[in-house]
Each structure stands twice: as structure tokens, then as C-alpha cells.
Design a protein around this ligand. Structure first.
Ligand SMILES: [Zn+2]
Length: 363
């Protein structure tokens, strides 16, 4: 329990450490048009606090379809503002990629602006949103105060929660991250959960104004209710957190089915991939790297378990040396993040799957 709390605090601190200093408004996307009438809202620095999922919207003559709503009311409002700046059509549909708050806590602003909008999600995602609401309402009270305490201690001691010395780059981010805490606290306190009102299991296809929009559940990867947006004419794919860049930011318990899901996405032959966090991709290189990562770690874990190694031994002996540099390219900042997100979580998740220890999703 204690270790779990320390881990959660460590992750919160990591987010703070990585908070970007450059953005004038911490609740804004950088918008880019990825195909005619298809807009992607990208958090240019995926580590920026508040950590918000990317968003995509498609303008049709019959209305606007939004894929993912941002993680706070202000992010939802920034999506509405961008839509209104490019069209007078209303938002008619929102589809949520998965249940995590950084992709759906902006829904309330979209519903405020367009009260008749339909909100779609996979049934598992809808269930998680409905059932996690109470825990979130309790957790949000202490969230920012806890971050503030951890942050102050780190700055005072010049050490992060894992005892590693802060680099100058991290110190700057941490200091700037402190600057958004009051705003983050305000957003947390005014957030109301919006539970999706339509569900679909495998596939939803919208035909609107001559455009075809497919929403596909490709299997369990980041969560049990993952949905991607696929535009077959434009060959644009938005993956939610199944793909996050420049390193896999989000732990997943579904390490066994994950590579097959990535193969399914690759088979679509996309021209443009909008990840759940991070920069737009234009080829399959990063997806291939993710597939290789899951397969390499699973193979190593299997053979270590076969030798009778304990969990601790397995986690200690897993060798990331052929993988890590392909993500980090030796960048010291990304190397630390790789250790925070990948070596900490992926080995443990893979071990749990390979020993049939049971799969559980966390915030
Ligand atoms: Zn997520």
C-alpha cells in the first residue's frame, strides 16, 4: 500500500518535473490540420502539466465529430473555441478513446456548448467512467496539495522522489510546473463527470456529409475499452493512448494482446497517425518499435520465468539495452522518463500476464 502510494506520488512528481515552461496558456492545444477539415489538437510537449490527451475533430456538412475531449473543462472549452473558429456547424458527436480522465474530463464544456451532443464510448470505458467518478471526486481534493508538498520537497532537496539528483532542465520544469498548480486545482474542483450516453462494442461507422468515420475497438491494449478513429478516405488514424510518443507514457496491463492490436492498426495502412499523447506520426516506424518492445520484453520474461527466476529477479534481469536507445537516442531527459514509465511498469505488467497473476487497470 505504502509502495503503491509512493509510486503514485512519484508519477505525479514526474508529471510536474516535466511540466513545460514555454506555453503561455497551460490549457491550450497546438492545432494542426492533418487532412481537409480534419484538425488535430496536439500537446506539443506531452509531459506538460496539466497532462492532457490529444484531440481530433472532423468537420462535415452535417456537423462536427470530436474524438477525445481533453482532460479538464478548460481543455474542452478550447476544443469548442477551435471548432467555432473554423466552422459554424455544431458539434453533434463526441467519441471517447478510453476512460482515462485526461481524455474525457473536458466533456462538460462541450455539453454546455452543445446540449444535444451524443457522447459515444466502448461499454467498458463507459462503465469505468461511471464507476470511477466517486473515487475521483474524493481524490481531487488532495491531489494538488499532495503535488505541492512533493514538489516543494524535491526543489528544496534537489532530489526527485526516487532520490535522483535534479538536472537543471528538470529544476526549471519543476519550478514552472508549480506555476500552474492553482489553475489545476481550480479545474479539478469545477470538473463534473459526463458519462457517455451511447455505447458500441466492435465498430461504429458514421456517414456524415459524404464522409465516412469509423470508430474501431481493435482489442485490449491500453485499456479494455480502447477505441480508435479511422478515416479511410483520408487515411488518418487517431489511436488514443494505444500509441503515445516519444516514449510509451502510459502503463498497460494488457501486454499479451497489445502487439496484435498494434499490428491491426498497422494493417490499416494509415498515412497520418495522431497519438493519444505526443507528436503526429507519418510512418509505421514508431508503431514497429512499440511492437518490438512488447514482444522483446514478453520473450525475455517468459524465458526468465522458465528458469525459475523470482519476480524480483525477472525485473532486475530484463534487458532494455536494445530498446531504450531507440526511444531516447541518448537524451538524458528522455532516458530518465524511459526508466520512470517503461522499465518500472512494463516489466511488472508483463510478469503479471505471464504468470497469470490477474489483470487490473489503474488510474
Ligand atoms: Zn490513458
Amino acid at each position: 500500500m505504502h509502495r503503491h502510494r509512493a509510486f503514485v506520488l512519484a508519477i505525479l512528481l514526474v508529471h510536474l518535473l516535466l511540466a513545460c515552461s514555454a506555453a503561455a496558456d497551460p490549457f491550450e492545444y497546438s492545432w494542426q490540420q492533418v487532412a481537409p477539415d480534419v484538425w488535430a489538437g496536439i500537446r506539443q510537449d506531452p509531459f506538460e502539466l496539466p497532462q492532457e490527451g490529444n484531440s481530433v475533430f472532423v468537420v462535415t456538412s452535417e456537423g462536427v465529430v470530436v474524438f477525445d475531449a481533453g482532460g479538464s473543462p478548460r481543455m474542452g472549452a478550447s476544443i469548442v473555441a477551435k471548432v467555432r473558429s473554423v466552422t459554424d456547424k455544431p458539434i453533434t458527436h463526441v467519441v471517447i478513446s478510453h476512460w482515462h480522465g485526461d481524455h474525457m474530463r473536458g466533456l462538460q464544456s462541450i455539453v454546455d456548448a452543445y446540449p444535444h451532443v451524443a457522447i459515444y464510448a466502448h461499454p467498458c470505458a463507459r462503465d469505468f467512467i461511471a464507476s470511477s467518478q466517486e473515487a475521483w471526486l474524493k481524490r481531487r481534493v488532495a491531489m494538488v496539495p499532495n503535488i505541492r508538498v512533493a514538489l516543494d520537497a524535491a526543489l528544496k532537496n534537489e532530489l526527485d522522489l526516487q532520490g535522483r539528483p535534479l538536472t537543471a532542465q528538470e529544476r526549471t520544469w519543476l519550478t514552472n510546473g508549480r506555476g500552474v498548480l492553482d489553475q489545476l486545482d481550480d479545474e479539478n474542483h469545477r470538473t463534473a463527470f459526463v458519462v457517455p450516453n451511447v455505447t458500441f462494442t466492435d465498430r461504429l461507422v458514421l456517414h456524415l456529409g459524404g464522409r465516412e468515420l469509423q470508430f474501431i475497438h481493435p482489442g485490449n491494449a491500453h485499456t479494455a475499452g480502447d477505441v480508435v478513429l479511422w478515416l479511410p478516405q483520408e487515411k488518418v488514424l487517431a489511436t488514443g493512448d494505444i500509441v503515445t510518443a516519444p516514449i510509451p507514457l502510459m502503463p498497460s496491463p494488457y501486454t499479451d494482446s497489445y502487439p496484435a492490436v498494434l499490428e491491426t492498426l498497422k494493417a490499416l495502412q494509415f498515412r497520418t497517425l495522431v497519438p493519444g499523447h505526443g507528436a503526429v506520426q507519418h510512418d509505421v516506424a514508431y508503431v514497429d518499435l512499440l511492437i518490438d518492445t512488447f514482444r522483446t520484453i514478453a520473450a525475455q520474461t517468459k524465458s526468465l520465468i522458465a528458469t525459475g527466476a523470482s519476480k524480483e529477479d525477472v525485473l532486475r534481469k530484463l534487458d532494455y539495452s536494445n530498446i531504450e536507445p531507440r526511444f531516447t537516442h541518448g537524451d538524458p531527459f528522455l532516458t530518465k522518463r524511459f526508466h520512470d514509465y517503461v522499465t518500472t511498469a512494463l516489466g511488472a505488467a508483463t510478469y503479471a500476464v505471464e504468470t497469470h497473476a490477474g489483470i487490473q487497470e489503474h488510474f
